[in-house]
Design a protein around this ligand. Sequence first.
Ligand code: ATP
Length: 310
Amino acid sequence: MSVTVRVPAKVNLHLGVGGVRADGFHELVTVFQAVSLYDIVEATPAASLGLTLTGADTRGIPQGTDNLALRAAVQLAERLGVEPAVHLRIDKQIPVAGGMAGGSADAAAALVACARLWGADTDHPAIAEVAERLGSDVPFALSGGNALGTGRGERITPLAGHGRFHWVLAEAEQGLSTPLVFGEFDRRAARAGAPAADTGQHRTALLRSFADVLDSGEAARLAPLLGNDLQDAALALRPELDATLRLGRRAGALGALVSGSGPTCAFLTEGAASAADLSEFLLGSGCCRAVRTAHGPVPGATVIDPADAA
Ligand code: ATP
C-alpha cells in the first residue's frame, strides 16, 4: 500500500542575513510563506531503497543517495530502527535550485510518507529531529503556513494569518546555487565594510510589522514589507533578473522580489485575476522559462488521496 504526500514550495516574504556562525552558516531571520506550487512524493514498500523522478524539469536532481528525499528516508529508518525498504516517486513541479526549497520540500514529504508507511505517527519526534539535521528549510516544509524562521532558518515559529495572497512565480532558464549566492553576499558585504545585521533586532521588527498584515490579506499592505538581503547578490550573478523584476512591477505587480537565493522571481498581485493577467504578460515577454500562479499560505507536507495528486 503506497502513501502519497503533497508538499508546497516556499517564498521568503522577508529574508534578513546576519553574520557567519562558527559552523559556516549565516545567522538568518526570515518570514516564510508556503505557496500552492507542489511536489508530490509517493512512498511504496519495496525490496530495497529506490527513486523515480518525473515532472516538468528534473535536470540537476541527484538520482542516488545524495537526493534529499532518499537521505530523509534512510535517516528516518535508522532512527525508527526499520529497514529503508521503500521506493520513492517524486513528481517535481517546484523549480530545481530555484530558491523555493524544492529539495527540502521533497525531504519533508518523504519523512511524512515513510513515517506513515512504517507505522509512526506523523508527529513522531524522529521526524522533526531528522528534518532539522537534513537542511535549513526542511522544518518549514513540514509545517507550512506562515512562519518566522531563525537560526539558519530551521527554528520555526508559526505566524497566525488568515489572509490569502496571490503570487506570480517566474522561473529562470537555469537554477542558481545557494552557496554561490551566499559567497557573493559575503564578498559584497566585505567590500562595503558594513557590520553584519543584528538578527535579534530584526526579528522583533519583523514580528511587529507582519503580525496584522498577514491576517488582513491586503496585498497593498504586505508589498512594502517584502525584502531580501540576498537579492543584490543574486542580481549580481544573474543581471537579467533585474529586468524581469522591473517588467513585473511595470505590468502592475504590487511587490516584486527574488525568492530566497533565486533565481525565481516572485510577484505579489492584488488578487487571482491580476495574477493570471501578469502571468500571461510575463510569459509572452519571453523573460523567463515558465510562469506559474500560486496562492499562500497553504499547509505543509500532507498525506493525500492519490486521486487528488493529478
Ligand atoms: P533553497 O531555497 O532551500 O536554498 P533551492 O530551492 O534553491 O534551495 P533546491 O531545488 O532545493 O534549491 O535544490 C538545491 C540542490 O539540491 C539541487 O541543485 C540538487 O543538486 C540538490 N537536491 C538534492 N535532492 C533534491 C531534490 N529532491 N530535489 C531538488 N534538488 C535536490
